[in-house]
Design a protein. Sequence first.
Length: 382
Amino acid sequence: MSKITINNFVDGFVAFLFAITGPVAIILSITSTNNIDFDYVSVWLFGCFAINGILSIIITLIYKQPLIFMWSIPGMILIGFSLKTYSMEEIVGVYIISSAILVFLSFTNLISFLKKNIPIEIVMGMVGAIFISFCLNWVNSLKTNFVLCGIMTLSFFIALIISKKIKFPPPLFCCLISGLIFVHFQTDFNYSDYEPNIIVPYLTSPEFNLNSIIELTIPLIITVIFIQNGQGLALLESRGYQPPINQITYSCGFGSFVNAYFGAVSTCLTGPVTGIIINDQNVKYHFISAIIFSILCVVFGLYSPYVLDLMENLPKEFIATLGGLALLTVLKQSFVDAFKNERALSALVTFLVTLSEINFMNIGAPFWGLIAGFFVFKFTEK
């Protein structure tokens, strides 16, 4: 217990707030577009947060590393597009096939081979392009809610300056507290207006459609292994961790199989959340922050109907500012790692292609960024 510090709680809570806002907004947007029932959305969130949260706690305790498993945002976007063509039962069939392939890959050396042959600079270029959008959301929030975001930003940098000279509460903690005080006293947000209720989950039976399997399985696996897991692995290694690649892939496959029956998209190692958890190099025992985050996710999954009501009324700029400031240090380190040596050109190409948000063959820009950067590396820098 003596290992737990206030920094662990702050990082875990900020990462949790980040995870239940932007990513959840994507789910809500997709479900709204496809007229999916609200109860179904709650079941999805139960799988995405509660099941993955339990998995994260177990794996993190085993390896004493912040190994956090959530769900694939690019995969969710891919599935949202495909729901116009295929039924939810057919999508669940794709999830199950994908999970079986992930488990198979975990018993091979293919992922380690690919990782050794793709330079870390290219991966960090991709990570930087993904994270920069979150930091820009913080800057843009200053335009829409200047007072709230200005107070939070000022608190962050004042605390950062003071902490350089004397022992002082973490900048993110000061940012969080100042934001909560403002929301409490200057808005009509009232917790007593909402009544907690726990979810009653149900299962969805799969249907195996050859067309949906051919079209979606490979892109879905790519989003897990190369896009989401690639971010998480690169970030962990940048902090000196040695994450167990095959065991992580197996956990993704196992989690994806369980979550499939709740209609939840495939399990993956987190990128931005991992970045927030490990953002402070001075914090020891990042795995404790990961466990705190995961416990909060389990509670969120169980009470997803209640929390969804709360989130709809919390200022979006509050979370955007908190998440953007939390990722500033990680974004800076991503740029340092990507552009520090002779592989800067391939990292830059990866960064630009990923930033373009190009989508080809239903596969998002992060994958094509890696491909473009790898070819530049192979033929001009190797």
